[in-house]
Design a protein around this ligand. Structure first.
Ligand code: IPM
Ligand code: MN
Length: 357
């Protein structure tokens, strides 16, 4: 198969981790006889520096003309510490999500047996936890208008808006995911307070009869935050709005032992984007110490979602698991810092495993 993939490495550790995911993708393409074509484009702070725009038109065009996008991270401390900055790297990510119509962000959470002791939670609580969080990605507080400040600057406002169309399409996807899994769906909202949540709940109840096999539960987001930590194994598919999903999935990542392990897929109307759920980790940028596994596992999701190449995806996951079991890990995953591998050495290990498999 011809694989046309756009590489948007972005800021911070983005370039280092995308490089390793690209090497893994090349190894897989070679092994399975695919022809890989990649093109790079700018996004985030590097794009602001080069063009003044965090998501330049050329980048959007490349994404639109590719089968899939492999994305690193964006964000720079220079902007975090300057609330008055007019253009921010994060706007690039939000513009990309909106323009590509990426309304669903899929964040699978599994535990790796060899990492159980890295989680701050007790092993018996998390062992075997396996769920998918589906986060709505192009609506809610992130995009609602009006957003801004009053003239004197002393009042600020954000607007949370959801339309029936937006809610229906994300819930449909969530019901379909549940059908392919254990047929349990948790709809997370704040329907005791928010009008948008009540719309979500109403639409979900209307849709329930179309999926009679799916057992649906409704959970307030504050309760969900607690249940995630207390009893993560109770979840199968969780669906929620943009902001709740942002917060709950960071929380969920500690279950896996490291934020450095979790991949994601953003899918919707146009080209899908595959990215780690962690950020740009500026303290580690350029040091070759960051964990590349979340990005490598995002490449696995790319093979699965963008091309339905499941064997390729499985081999990547198997290689990552083997590296963990062999202790070929970066410093976030070991107490033995002296023997921790670099970002590129973990890439070497995983590529070699794939080649020798
Ligand atoms: C994420 C990130 C982004 C978000 C930021 C960088 C805008 O935290 O992908 O979860 O809040 O969506
Ligand atoms: Mn986030």
């Amino acid at each position: 198969m011809n694989l046309n993939i756009a590489l948007l490495a972005g800021d911070g550790i983005g370039p280092e981790i995308v490089e390793q995911a690209l090497r893994v993708t090349k190894a897989i393409a070679q092994k399975f006889g695919h022809e890989l074509h990649t093109k790079e484009a700018l996004v985030g702070a590097v794009a602001i520096d080069a063009t003044g725009n965090p998501y330049p038109d050329e980048t959007h065009e490349l994404c639109m003309n590719s089968d899939a996008v492999l994305f690193g991270a964006i964000g720079h401390p220079r902007f975090d510490n300057d609330p008055s900055a007019k253009v921010r790297p994060e706007q690039g990510l939000l513009a990309m999500r909106k323009k590509l119509g990426l309304f669903a962000n899929i964040r699978p959470l599994i535990t790796f047996p060899s990492l159980l002791d890295k989680s701050p939670l007790k092993t018996e609580r998390i062992e075997g936890a396996d769920f998918v969080a589906i986060r709505e990605l192009t609506g809610g507080l992130y995009f609602g208008q009006p957003q801004g400040r009053s003239e004197n600057g002393d009042t600020a406002y954000d607007t949370c808006i959801y339309t029936r169309m937006e809610v229906e399409r994300i819930l449909k996807l969530a019901f379909e995911f549940a059908m392919k899994r254990k047929k349990r769906l948790t709809v997370v909202d704040k329907a005791n307070v928010l009008a948008t949540s009540r719309l979500w709940r109403q639409i979900s109840k209307e849709m329930e009869p179309q999926y009679p096999e799916v057992e649906v539960e409704y959970m307030f987001v504050d309760n969900a935050a607690m249940q995630l930590i207390q009893w993560p194994k109770r979840f199968d598919v969780m669906v929620t709005e943009n902001m709740f999903g942002d917060i709950l999935t960071d929380e969920a990542s500690v279950i896996a032992g490291s934020l450095g392990m979790l991949p994601s897929a953003s899918i919707g109307v146009h080209t899908s984007v595959f990215e780690p759920i962690h950020g740009s980790y500026p303290q580690a940028a350029g040091k070759n110490i960051a964990n590349p596994c979340a990005t490598i596992l995002s490449a696995a999701m790319l093979f699965e979602y963008a091309y339905a190449l499941d064997k390729e995806a499985s081999l990547i996951r198997k290689a990552v698991e083997a590296s963990l079991e062999a202790g070929a890990v970066t410093e976030d995953l070991t107490d033995d810092k002296a023997n921790a591998l670099s970002t590129s050495a973990v890439g070497d290990w995983i590529v070699a495993y794939i080649q020798n498999c």
